[in-house]
Design a protein around this ligand. Sequence first.
Ligand code: RIB
Ligand code: CA
Length: 320
Amino acid sequence: MQRILIDTDPGVDDALAILLAMRSPELHIEAITTVCGNVPVTQGTENLLRILEVLDLEEFPLIAQGEVQPLVKPLVTAAHVHGDDGLGNVSELQNADGSPLYPLAHANVSSTSGVDLILEMVTRYPDELTLVALGPLTNIAKAIREDAAKMQRLQKIVVMGGAFEEYGNVTTTAEFNIFVDPHAAHEVFHFDVPIHIVPLDATHQIILTGERLHAETDKRPDRISQFLRDATQSCMEFYRQHIGFWGFHIHDALPIGMLTCPAYFESVPAHVQVETEGTLTSGMTVAYLRHERRHPNPNAQVCIKVAAEAFLDHFFERLR
Ligand code: RIB
Ligand code: CA
């Protein structure tokens, strides 16, 4: 059993990652913290409660709201991809009687900050806790600034972010999570705990097509299937119009998959750096991934390959 803390900016693919994590017996989600990113952090926290309500849980992980804005740069959000509410606009869906189809879970959101909950959890589970970062790394960088000694006791950090031999998805060179807060990413990647990075190089190897999603959910009346159909519509429409296929990349589900089915993932050691100043390249992650030029002292394991079909089967198997 692995103890994890998920730091997230929900986000449609964040929602799929959280569903997968909560339905994986190998994982114990000790806490979930929200961070500014796809949507403002207050909206992200509301979305987290909506996602948790779909799971109909008896008990909830500890929850705390994190940073409102990146360390240095102004916040850039992604409502155009994830919908105005950041969750495919499911917040607007209603039952016949006008009640919300996706209400918020009655879970307690802690009065402590996301940063303080991260520090509290790593103190409670020294050397046991894996931090899974699915959004910009602002909360994690701030926790390191606040108490580096405590954060040294993290077992590892798994980050969805970066693009090495792939184009970026915000600019030509930068992936969204790193682009939003490159200064935080720089500080996290140079912090001395094991770092595993799942970049676009890996997440672009998997496409959840509209056909596959509907094949897996149309015949199923359960709440998770209904939520998967409803929450993914807007981002699949965005992909159809702007990327050229009906479906989407389930980026954030992959870091969870690295924990639940590691055999499906292949990584290489690398020395990863982040551009924090560039005009055209701010948020770019830079590393040699090809062995002949790899840096002598790597600071991260970078995922370069995933067994796409096997992982998709695993994903739907867990959600059934
Ligand atoms: O680039 C993809 C990442 O940015 C994912 O985490 C997605 O949710 C957005 O936050
Ligand atoms: Ca995310």
